[in-house]
Ligand binder design. Structure first.
Ligand code: ADE
Ligand code: ZN
Length: 325
């Protein structure tokens, strides 16, 4: 499974930080964040809301553009080892410079520098999607969107929203999304993870995303599933994340295969891989075991993912060659 060329569309940069990397950063800064790890050194949390806290504590030791340059390299090494040839990662000006545009530019330059290095040495291509954090509220989302609009361009391709889906309504973020869209950014939004079909409908109506982060709980309303299929809305499905966070008891119980059968465009990603003890190769292995998905199905998934990528046509054509084995 490691050998199959993969395209990943849903990866939180800080959420992909290997625990050993974060411990190293904490030691350099003489910070004690040992409470977020278990006895084996893995991230430890009891539910999604605690996960968000642990995530923010881990992120708190990343404090400079140089820290993010090193983080990006560490993350891309893991992705490349799993066969990922193209990846889009979520970046948050909330964590990178506190939504100050000048500071954000410095962080972004460092992340791009690491991405360029990884492209040369590992053959993996990265693009960025700025994401606002829902539970930080709509005012901070506006500032985040302004950072995104200032730096929108060839490398920064999208805008999205993550965080606690149960706080605030999609309509509270319309200004931020319109601002990002007017700057030329493509739109994705987390929905249908912690809220059901109505949360997805509200997100589609307010923010008009081309892609949904997760979106899997559409399966609770088959009319909505048909609508997603008709609209061609792409789901960034992260099965291992959903199982680890208790949304579904197992891969077999996960709706990805049913959504695919019903004509919804599904893709496969890891979300926050070390938090969920996963990698892209492990996602593929688990999907093969649960649904007997074969190479033909994984080729279809990789092509659908590249189709739904937010990068320019030349980059897509170059990556498409890598998918033709
Ligand atoms: N931020 C990082 N991972 C997330 C997830 N699975 N849902 C919402 N926000 C997130
Ligand atoms: Zn996510």
């Amino acid at each position: 499974m490691k050998e199959l060329p993969k395209v990943e569309l849903h990866l939180h940069l800080e959420g992909a930080a290997p625990p050993a990397f974060v411990r190293g950063m904490a030691a350099e800064k003489k910070e004690d964040i040992s409470g977020i790890f278990d006895a084996r050194g893995a991230y430890s949390y009891k539910d999604f809301w605690h996960f968000l806290k642990v995530y923010e504590t881990a992120t708190s030791v990343l404090r400079s553009p140089e820290d993010y340059r090193r983080l990006t390299l560490a993350v891309l090494e893991e992705s490349a080892a799993s066969g990922v040839v193209y990846s889009e990662c979520f970046l948050s000006p909330d964590f990178c410079g506190g939504r100050d545009v000048a500071a954000w530019r410095d962080y972004l330059a460092a992340i791009r520098d690491a991405a360029d290095q990884a492209e040369r040495t590992l053959g993996i291509t990265l693009r960025g999607i700025v994401t606002c954090i829902r539970h930080f509220g709509p005012d901070k989302a506006r500032e985040t969107a302004l950072c995104a609009a200032e730096t929108a361009g060839d490398w920064l391709v999208g805008f999205g929203i993550a965080g606690d889906e149960k706080t605030a309504e999609p309509k509270d973020f319309v200004w931020a999304f319109d601002c990002a869209r007017e700057a030329g950014l493509r739109i994705t939004a987390h929905a249908g993870e912690w809220r059901g079909p109505q949360g997805i409908r509200d997100t589609l109506a307010a923010l008009a995303p081309e892609r949904l982060g997760h979106g899997v709980r559409a399966i609770e309303d088959l009319a909505l599933v048909d609508e997603l299929a008709e609209r061609g809305t792409v789901l960034e499905v992260c099965p291992g994340s959903n199982v680890a966070l208790g949304l579904y008891p197992s891969f077999r119980a996960h709706p990805i295969a049913e959504l695919d059968r019903r004509g919804v465009k599904v893709t496969v990603s890891t979300d926050d891989p070390p938090f969920f003890h996963t990698t892209m190769a492990r996602e593929y292995e688990a999907l093969h075991r649960a649904f007997d998905w074969d190479e033909g199905q994984f080729d279809k998934i990789a092509k659908a993912s590249l189709d739904a990528a937010f990068c320019d046509a030349d980059t897509k054509a170059r990556i498409a060659k890598l998918l033709e084995r």
